[in-house]
Design a protein around this ligand. Structure first.
Ligand SMILES: [Zn+2]
Length: 56
């Protein structure tokens, strides 16, 4: 089989996963959250984080 299930690794790539979409790249663990940048963008909006810069 070419596509095996990803191993459960205690370290490495699978260590920090987004709790929302389960991807491991661009991981943000600020304020005790564990999100990727995409989910953080959405979640932060919901949680009322202010986006500094473009929007007022
Ligand atoms: Zn995510």
């Amino acid at each position: 089989m070419k596509f095996n299930k990803a191993k459960d690794r205690p370290h490495g790539l699978g260590k920090n996963r987004c709790v929302r979409c389960n991807r491991h790249e661009a991981h943000i663990k600020i304020h005790g959250l564990n999100y990727c940048r995409e989910c953080f963008k959405e979640v932060s909006k919901e949680m009322g984080f202010k986006k500094y810069g473009k929007e007022v």
